[in-house]
Design a protein around this ligand. Structure first.
Ligand SMILES: Cc1ncc(COP(=O)(O)O)c(C=O)c1O
Length: 426
């Protein structure tokens, strides 16, 4: 599938066509029933486009693009990512095991949990040989075996202002993540003393300020070069070989003929930090890879008219889109479809979109203009591919919806998992 074709597919009308096709086929194949009040979709074409665009933007001869598992942990999605040759970033031991189950080789797993137990580190040493393990503090280095069977990295807090929203900002002075870069001497002494060959930063999520993100990577490079110089002077053959630059880019629509933010980021790094192409590179993008690759359809249970606006009640809310309901809407789009999944074109009026939870904050949007959404219509939500399925909340104990994989180009639809209530047995 050519990149050009895929990019041409990215315009908004095509995702509506895709969603329409997906819903109708799921219904006609008998893959969803009355209880499927909402359904989630993963577009393979779009995910392939984003991950390939990431690889092409860096064009690095020795790169491991480890996609963050927490962003979309569905086992079948992880298997696809692994099939395409990418790696996986794990934020917990459970995610390390998920990565192994998806069939990835240990050297393509990056283990970044800030709270690893001694037992987990030993497990990696004995059973996951070759994994990359980033410590969160100098203290954690004392837990590393003398001759580890894995690559050891130190996470550094670059202490830069990335413009990430406060809850996703991990680079402030108070951050619980990483060793502050202001403690450079301590970091370099630790590199000399412990078997460290990797340096890691993840400056924040939804970083608005790419310049600072680039600055942070330049600082990481400076420490690596200085440490390597010290190691050489000390007669050691060990070197920092790998720079892990984390993730953190704001999701973007890829538009044919326009330079993407990802391309700008990589070009700026090439200019200001060309040495990055001499080290092994690891990236850990999550949200950027997934956001625009997922969509969801909910049945509209009903709408009520309150004053001049409609409150429309649907079957996914703050249980699925926690970040949007609890923090700030991330730009998810809404489209009213009729029961046959055709976009409604009637006159637009003001709506609030209310989720199903018994919680006053469970709104996905307020005061948006849509054709009147009525009982038996459907609501299409686009931009639900990241930090949504993976954050599913047990609040009000609702079931996780059925999940489908869609190859729209080849007109293939697979049910990847059925509606499930994970909390029923506890
Ligand atoms: C260590 C680490 N790497 C990568 C990511 C992925 O970040 P994003 O989804 O913003 O690209 C995160 C997100 O929390 C993270 O904590």
């Amino acid at each position: 599938m050519s990149q050009k074709f895929l990019q041409a597919e990215m315009d908004n009308s095509s995702i509506i066509d895709e969603a329409k096709w997906s819903w109708r086929n799921a219904v006609s194949m008998g893959l969803i029933d009355e209880d499927d009040t909402s359904v989630l979709f993963q577009s393979w074409d779009r995910l392939k486009l984003y991950t390939q665009h990431l690889i092409d933007s860096f064009s690095h001869p020795n790169a491991l693009h480890a996609v963050a598992i927490k962003t979309q942990p569905h086992p079948k999605v992880l298997e696809r990512i692994v099939d395409w040759g990418l790696g996986l970033e794990a934020a917990s031991m459970e995610e390390v095991k998920k990565a192994l189950n998806a069939g990835v080789s240990p050297d393509k797993i990056v283990f970044d949990s800030p709270v690893k137990t001694k037992k987990e580190i030993l497990y990696c040493h004995e059973k996951v040989k070759g994994i990359r393990l980033n410590v969160n503090s100098i203290e954690e280095l004392n837990r590393i075996p003398e001759n580890p069977n894995f690559q050891v990295g130190i996470r550094i807090n670059p202490q830069v202002e990335t413009g990430a929203p406060e809850v996703y900002d991990v680079s402030n002075d108070e951050s619980k993540f990483g060793v502050p870069i202001s403690e450079k001497d301590i970091i370099i002494n630790a590199i000399i003393k412990y078997p460290v060959t990797l340096l890691h930063i993840h400056s924040g999520s939804q970083m608005a300020n790419l310049d600072s993100a680039v600055n942070a990577i330049c600082l990481l490079r400076d420490i690596a070069l200085e440490a390597n110089h010290r190691l050489q002077s000390d007669g050691s053959s060990r070197r920092i070989q790998t720079l892990d630059i984390g993730g953190g880019l704001v999701p973007e629509k890829l538009i044919l003929g326009q330079t993407s933010k990802m391309q700008e980021y990589a070009s700026s790094l090439r200019l200001r930090c060309p040495e990055l192409w001499e080290f092994e590179l690891i990236t850990e993008f999550g949200q950027w890879n997934y956001f625009y690759t997922g969509y969801a359809i909910s049945k509209i249970e009903y709408s009520i008219l309150k004053g001049t606006k409609y409150i429309t009640y649907i079957h996914i809310g703050a249980d699925f889109l926690l970040r949007d309901a609890y923090v700030k809407p991330r730009g998810i789009s809404f489209k009213v479809l009729d029961s046959n999944a055709n976009p409604k074109t009637t006159k637009k009026v003001v709506h609030d979109i209310a989720g199903p939870l018994c919680f006053a904050g469970d709104y996905l949007a307020k005061n948006i203009e849509l054709p009147v959404a009525e009982e038996s219509d459907l609501l299409l939500l686009t931009g639900t591919g990241s930090n949504s399925y993976g954050l599913w909340s047990r609040h009000c104990s609702r079931s996780i919806p059925s999940f489908f994989g869609v190859d729209f180009k080849n007109k293939e639809l697979d049910k990847l998992s059925s509606r499930v209530n994970l909390f029923a047995e506890i």
